[in-house]
Design a protein around this ligand. Structure first.
Ligand code: IFM
Length: 614
């Protein structure tokens, strides 16, 4: 672990290495990778897997070719020393059983080398004593249990079904975790972004994980809570109050964002995201709220959550400039659209800041934030109300940042088929002067905090920003799919959904060598659940409001909400929701809330989008 980096793990499946006589298969049912080589004279099959329920352990079964010793000998233990002196010890154990070789590779970390060594050795020796077939059967049984709790069936679209399951597979793979779970942009599947944790974890992965593995989502929150002190120091260093989470975070929670990078053309360019991508502060608070909504766990407030809200609100108050126009402004930032740097009043940043201030004020109003008095609470509400959001009542849409509308109106489709990296294709300067955007920005706010934006603005913002979006970030297509479905345009949503599905499975953007795009996978699950099935938290209960693409005849989903196991069966005309304990549901219109374990909705006669309780 070089300073500022997280330990990287095994790479992902090298899908492009499949070819004549060679195949790699990810067996989603068994949670294992099968590798087959047909040399023409012999067929060699191996299988490898991350042992479910035994974090840090990998198993590998292969034919033992010369039937005597393991082919390359057993590697000796490997010790990596972290920059804080902690040790990661990897122990390998081999055993030949009949004509097969079983290899276990076990990694444990501890401050004490001897403890890490003992733990890794104990696991390796225990697992290598198993019969390989039994070990693989156990793996399969554990995965079957996971698939019984969380799964998706999409009738009418088998490709979308298997690729969505692939996303779910990787989310479910995060189930085995310690007390805290930092998810890097590429997890442990590749070295792009050095394992660093971005908002990808908080707003893309965490809400999805909360519906498939709530304890893993809690461990993700814990990762942030344990770095509140580091975030407090960062805010202080920048002359601000409260907490400021770093744009890129690793073990200590200090800012590890690089200050420069080298482009594909070999030029060194400054990286300003560390100084300017401030929205991360609101994203972390949003993730905490999403976690509480989705799991019903409010104990997290007493475990540091209350502090996180209060100090995030304090941070925003100290960042906001109160202008002579009587409004609050946040200047010199980068929004989610990273093509435009140092902009004033980014709609996403300001909307999220205002939302966070109101959240904190609401909690303080309910006496849930110790140490916050009425005066401070009132200052948060005032700041939220005066902050500009870029909304223009005459056009009914948001301007992405101050001055955006005056930029060159270049449309993405006039350059190349999406997704493409506009900055690489056209050069940074041209892109900066244009309205081309990298990823969902205003639409990201619609995705995360729909009730914070003026009614009617979703449709107008989608119409305006979609044609300007290059989807140069893997975070973009799934969010667009989700908001398009919610905006009642599911047949366009499915096009973006297919792009999102292809990013990892088909390596659509040729960036897979750096690892799996976890935000994309989290985004896919969100687009399915919140977009197509329309399950989202409403005021006082869950809303179910499906908008299925015409090519999907039926969708079945299993997941969890607020401690209950939930099964949703949706067609174009009818939705049935069954839960193993009663949940509270609200309608999308003025329907009264209902608490039930069986909900049936049929498409209403009055409007295409309206669902009525059957
Ligand atoms: O967090 C993202 C960002 O939004 C776009 N660039 C890549 C980062 C890591 O995935």
């Amino acid at each position: 672990e070089p300073p500022g980096e997280l330990l990287s793990g095994p790479g992902q499946i090298p899908s492009d290495r499949s070819g004549a006589g060679v195949s790699w298969t990810l067996d989603l049912a068994a949670g294992a990778v099968r590798h087959r080589i047909d040399t023409g004279r012999a067929v060699v099959e191996t299988v490898r897997w991350s042992v479910a329920g035994e974090p840090g352990c990998q198993a590998y079964v292969a034919p033992e070719l010369d039937a005597a010793e393991p082919p390359c000998g057993t590697p000796p233990p490997r010790v990596l020393v972290g920059d804080d002196g902690s040790r990661a010890v990897t122990v390998t154990a081999d055993r030949v059983i009949g004509d097969r070789l079983l290899r276990i590779v076990s990694t444990a970390t501890d401050r004490e080398r001897s403890r890490a060594m003992a733990e890794a050795t104990e696991r390796a020796e225990r697992l290598v004593a198993w019969d390989p077939s039994d070990l693989l059967d156990t793996q399969q049984r554990r995965w079957q249990e996971r698939w019984r709790t969380c799964n998706v069936t999409i009738e009418g679209d088998p490709a979308a079904e298997v690729k969505t399951r692939y996303a779910l597979f990787h989310l479910l793979s995060l189930t085995d975790h310690g007390a805290e779970l930092p998810i890097g942009a590429r997890g442990l599947t590749g070295d792009a972004y050095s394992g660093h944790v971005f908002w990808d974890a908080d707003v893309f992965v965490l809400p999805s994980l909360a519906t498939v593995a709530p304890t893993a989502a809690r461990a993700m929150i814990e990762y942030r809570l344990r770095r509140l002190d580091a975030a407090r120091q960062l805010a202080e260093r920048e002359g601000r109050a409260g907490v400021r989470f770093p744009w890129e975070s690793a073990r200590t929670g200090c800012d590890v964002t690089p200050r420069s990078g080298v482009t594909a053309t070999g030029d060194t360019v400054p990286i300003l995201t560390g100084q300017q991508e401030l929205h991360i502060g609101a994203d972390v608070a949003w993730a905490l709220t999403a976690y509480r909504w989705l799991t019903g766990d409010d104990e997290v407030l007493a475990a540091g959550g209350a502090e996180l809200y209060a100090d995030t609100a304090r941070y925003w108050v100290s960042v906001i400039d109160n202008g002579p126009d009587g409004h609050g402004h946040i200047n010199g930032v980068i929004g989610p659209d990273e093509y435009h740097e140092e902009v004033d009043d980014n709609a996403y940043t300001n909307t999220m800041a205002a939302w966070t201030l109101r959240q904190a004020a609401d909690l303080a109003g309910d006496d849930l934030l110790p140490g916050v008095d009425a005066t401070e609470r009132a200052s948060w509400l005032r700041a939220a109300t005066t902050l500009v959001t870029g909304y223009d009542a005459s056009s009914g849409r948001h301007e992405q940042f101050d001055g955006y509308d005056r930029l060159d109106p270049i449309m993405a489709e006039s350059i190349a088929p999406v997704p493409f990296a506009a900055d690489l294709l056209l050069g940074r300067e041209i892109v900066q002067r244009s309205q081309l955007i990298k990823q969902a920005d205003v639409l990201m706010a619609h995705h995360l905090v729909p009730d914070e934006l003026p009614p009617g603005s979703l449709g107008r913002d989608v119409r305006f920003y979609l044609p300007r979006t290059a989807h140069g970030s893997s975070l973009s297509p799934a969010v667009h799919a989700s908001v398009l479905a919610r905006a009642g345009r599911p047949d366009e949503a499915i096009e973006l959904y297919r792009i999102a599905l292809g990013i990892d499975v088909d390596d659509l953007t040729r960036t897979g060598a750096g690892g799996i795009h976890y935000a994309n996978l989290g985004g896919i699950w969100q687009a399915l659940i919140a977009g197509f099935i329309g399950v989202r938290p409403g005021r006082g209960g869950l809303i179910v409001d499906p908008a299925l693409p015409s090519g999907w005849s039926r969708v079945l989903v299993r997941c969890c909400y607020r401690g209950a196991r939930v099964e949703i069966d949706a067609t174009h005309d009818e939705v049935a929701v069954a839960t193993d304990r009663p949940l509270r549901f609200v309608g999308t219109d003025r329907d009264a809330a209902v608490t039930t374990d069986r909900l049936r909705l049929i498409r209403g006669g009055t409007s295409e989008k309206c669902w009525e309780r059957a």
